[in-house]
Design a protein around this ligand. Sequence first.
Ligand SMILES: [Fe+2]
Ligand SMILES: [Fe+2]
Length: 259
Amino acid sequence: MRVLMIGDVVGNGGRKAVTKLLKDLKSELEIDFVTLQGENLAGGIGLTVDNVIEMQEAGADVITTGNHVWDKREFIEHLDDPYLPVLRPLNYPSHNPGRGATDQSGPIAVVNLIGRVWVGEFDSPFAVIDDLLAGGFGQGKPIVVDFHAEATSEKAALAWHLDGRVAAVVGTHTHVPTADYKVLPDGTAFVTDLGMVGARDSILGVEVEGSLARFLSGRHQRMQPQRTGLINFNSVVIEIDSNTGLATGIERVDRQIHI
Ligand SMILES: [Fe+2]
Ligand SMILES: [Fe+2]
């Protein structure tokens, strides 16, 4: 089985790039299942129901999120909609709306976690996924994990903690793709960060002018995604042995497209 995992899709330009590229990539790479990081789908902050439907129509099976999932207030109630395949990190306090894991959305089970180093106050992602796995989550399906975190060490630590128990741990949140992809000794594929689907000539997908002004002035500035130009499409493909549910390979799939 082959799973494509796509980094944070930023705004209109990112969504257009996914729509233009994903169908062909799925057939070219013989992809069985697609996860997409959607926390920045709506103008860079948050996501909407329309964005989710657009990404499903483009070929995404499950949409994971992160710290920006709450930014579009009108979307929060939809996190509990059983028909929208959207996750929010599982280790937010459990009274929050939404769910952080699904084994009901196809041949692959997906878990979404958020890091605690330089991100925020959450339950321990290590303990929370240990509990989830101890409860029999996955129904025997291979499990992939989107760990939305800042610190490279925290992401690597979670991957080693889960080695041999899940098919993949991939990092998101920094929007910067990393080259350290590998399969750990007991069969868990890992990469520190998937990267993004966002403008090459930008600061993490955001227009240079607004982001730079923030650093120069020390004040909050209006920032918006860079919508046009060359868009980087960053993802990885995980090869999974369906007998063991573990990974046999991981490769980067990075493309560029003019929007
Ligand atoms: Fe992001
Ligand atoms: Fe994030």
